[in-house]
Design a binder for this molecule. Structure first.
Ligand SMILES: NC(=O)c1ccc[n+]([C@@H]2O[C@H](COP(=O)([O-])OP(=O)(O)OC[C@H]3O[C@@H](n4cnc5c(N)ncnc54)[C@H](O)[C@@H]3O)[C@@H](O)[C@H]2O)c1
Length: 271
């Protein structure tokens, strides 16, 4: 279904080796895009690219730490020179941080911000420059519900994602005059290596995963492919009038407030 939109297009995914990024890489590759998986997890990324190439798809892996200006510039230079300015960029890389503000060191704070926010800035800036010059393109950013409502032990991560929401808006406004669309995805809890790591920190990881699932009105964790599907939609011409949007892919998570027992008026008393 996606092939007619992405065949021969150049797509770059930041943090594309695992989890949501891997599903996005696979989605674009299967849509016959010339797909560049970039990541710091070299062996996992190479393996994914090899597997997809084995199916006859045009997939490449490139090492790229999104927090390094030199590495981001060099990967975009190489791709632009060989395949052309990317048509789609999915800025997806981030690291989680489970610690309250009081116990987060300045170094830890900087590490989270450098990957999650500097990385988004570096990827987004380079994508915008090429796309605006050409006059077309789509950027998709993986953000998080922590941008708007968080938990007590995720200060640095939440701050990075709040800033990501703001940068989606700023980049969307900047790209609009050049027909470059920029949108964010706001996933609920998705069953990825990141979430499995977080669950491992609990006494009973399986129970922790169940608890996470239960907070979603749909009653389960999301799958990476369910997020990737929305990335493909937002990058495609089907979303041609969508820019500056933050799309929830969260099983209803952010639609509700944490509640106690059901509150109900006795209708008889109201009449
Ligand atoms: N899984 C969830 O429940 C969830 C929920 C909301 C938002 N998100 C966001 O979705 C995105 C993907 O999360 P995930 O759960 O798939 O994570 P993950 O840890 O499973 O995968 C992240 C990928 O990014 C790569 N990466 C990490 N640091 C990098 C760096 N400096 N440069 C390049 N690549 C790097 C990792 O190697 C990995 O391949 C992140 O932006 C995350 O904040 C995830």
């Amino acid at each position: 279904m996606w092939n007619e939109y992405f065949r021969d297009k150049v797509v770059v995914i930041g943090g594309g080796a695992m989890g949501i990024g891997a599903a996005s890489s696979e989605g674009f590759a299967r849509a016959e895009a010339i797909t560049y998986i970039t990541d710091v997890a070299d062996s996992v990324g190479e393996e994914l690219a090899d597997r997809l190439r084995g199916e006859g798809l045009r997939v490449h892996f490139r090492h790229c730490d999104v927090s390094s200006e030199r590495e981001v510039e060099s990967v975009f230079d190489e791709i632009s020179a060989t395949a052309g300015v990317p048509d789609v960029v999915h800025a997806n890389a981030a690291i989680e941080w489970v610690k309250d503000v009081r116990h987060t060191t300045f170094e830890e704070w900087h590490r989270v911000l450098s990957v999650n926010l500097d990385g988004l800035f570096l990827f987004g800036r380079r994508a915008l420059l090429g796309m605006c010059e050409r006059g077309s393109g789509a950027i998709v950013v993986t953000s998080s519900p922590h941008a708007t409502a968080t938990v007590p032990d995720a200060g640095a991560y939440a701050a990075s994602k709040g800033a990501a929401h703001a940068l989606v808006h700023a980049m969307a406004l900047e790209g609009a005059a050049y027909d470059v669309r920029v949108n964010g995805i706001v996933p609920g809890t998705i069953d990825t290596p990141m979430v499995r790591r977080e669950a491992q920190a609990a006494k009973d990881p399986a129970l922790q995963l169940q608890r996470m699932a239960a907070t979603h009105p749909l009653g389960r964790l999301g799958q990476s492919e369910e997020v990737a599907n929305v990335a493909l939609f937002l990058a495609s011409p089907l979303a041609s009038f969508v820019t500056g949007a933050l799309y929830a892919v969260d099983g209803g998570l952010m639609a509700g407030l944490p509640s106690g027992p059901p509150l109900k008026y006795n209708n008889d008393e109201l009449t």
